[in-house]
Design a protein around this ligand. Sequence first.
Ligand SMILES: [Mg+2]
Length: 272
Amino acid sequence: MKMIILARARIWAMALLVISLSAIGTATIAQGTADDEYEAGAVLWMQASGERAALSYQAFALARMVLDRDLRTARGKVRRALIVDIDETILDNSRYQAWLIKNHQNFNDQTWLDWVNRSEASAIPGAVEFLTYANVRGVRVFYITNRKAAEKDGTAANLRKLGFPNVNDETLLVRTDTKSSSKEPRRQSVSAKYRVVLLMGDNLNDFSDVFEKARTVMARMSITDQNKAKFGTRFIVLPNPMYGDWESAIYDYNLKLSEEGKAAKRKATLKD
Ligand SMILES: [Mg+2]
């Protein structure tokens, strides 16, 4: 009898454990329903590969060569500037991306604002050193980002904490136009006053408005080929396999697409 009671007690204990585990499981799923596990490889590559850091160092080394050449060859008193994007060009937000995956979440303005306000993004390898190098040589660095006005203080604090040079209201140009994400007017405001030596970004739209008009995968590939002479000479690209317009193009920029719809588009775009 005692044995039976003990056995029953054990069964109950196991049953309770199963119930509590499934409750945790349900709670985890309830956090979000995004199908973003496919992004884990991209985030792991950003966080755990030496190759990613090596590519970043390579990009900033090339930027320095381009700048040095300009400093040597251009005569007269020229006011020079560099234009850099922020996210995934000089700041690394892969921890936010990892959090999204672990919590089955899609990007959203509130969780992003919380992350920005923590000012905990790390610097992309080589970024602080290169921008400091330029700044010391009298080249004005402009930070043109589509982070919004509400995110400006957290962004400035993050950049200053990491030692990025000359971060102020003149040089940190956030997105203020709610209708357009184009950076072209901000780029033009800089090029009206300065000779822009080079632009750095992780997204084609960081470089020129010619890329903004290309809204399909094919069109983006084609416009990149048409502008190939500018890459490595005027435009310098940092790697970002985690997100970007390249992915939005796969989804035809359809924000209303379901998780299943997005997965189907991804599969349809894969070539074998
Ligand atoms: Mg970016």
